[in-house]
Design a binder for this molecule. Sequence first.
Ligand code: ADP
Ligand code: MG
Length: 255
Amino acid sequence: MVQIISLANQKGGVGKTTTAINLGANLSDFGKKVLLIDADAQGNATSGVGIEKSHIQKDMYDVLVNEEPLKNVILKSSHKGLDVVPATIQLSGADVELTPQMARETRLKEALAKVSDQYDYILIDCPPSLGLITINAFTASNSILIPVQSEYYALEGLSQLLNTIRLVRKHFNPELKVEGVLLTMYDARTNLGKQVNEQVRKYFKDAVYKTVIPRNVRLSEAPSHGVPIGDYAPKSKGAIVYKELTKEVLAAHGK
Ligand code: ADP
Ligand code: MG
């Protein structure tokens, strides 16, 4: 059965997109069929897997607002075995346009139902907000992977995120789980990094992945080449840790 995982944290710049791209690419390297959904109007997941904006005819906006079937929107990424639903700046209008519409929270869930048998994993790269697009993602998902940046205010805002998860469970998706919490941009040389690591583990306990993603400049360079880290710098620390994370995710699903 397909596993649909949202990558979410309403804070920007915590590593959602980086994790979505690199987890997605690694899962496909392990033989899984993977669909990466870009649900952020910034389109970083889209460009990060080599999709040129000028080649996009339909995008996530059309799926949510115009109920465009996903089969007309899905593109092949630069990485073998990784498909993508692109986003463009057009998506920034979707929250407002969806507000007065019927079944607005379940649009993505309905769209995914028609393609989910073709995939083992579907990863949804959420925008930095808890609006209707994120609600659509949570309603469509089995679980949520929460990247947390190893910095001073790491835990700030997470109670709002957990509250949104509770609300979606109550109204739309009672089975929704927390897939895991991932520490990102970790710097082992600082006390702060260590403190945040301890704090997050104290709060989320076993939900926190053993794998911690360090700061790695290769990870920040890869997107400008339109490829995942494994295709850009396969021997880098960033490539190694994202492969480790992928093994943990696979193990959690017994495959
Ligand atoms: P989000 O999707 O949560 O906004 P991103 O994944 O886009 O976050 O990451 C924000 C920025 O930090 C991007 O420029 C990205 O390339 C960079 N980045 C992400 N993870 C790392 C890391 N582990 N080390 C160094 N740079 C990173
Ligand atoms: Mg992002």
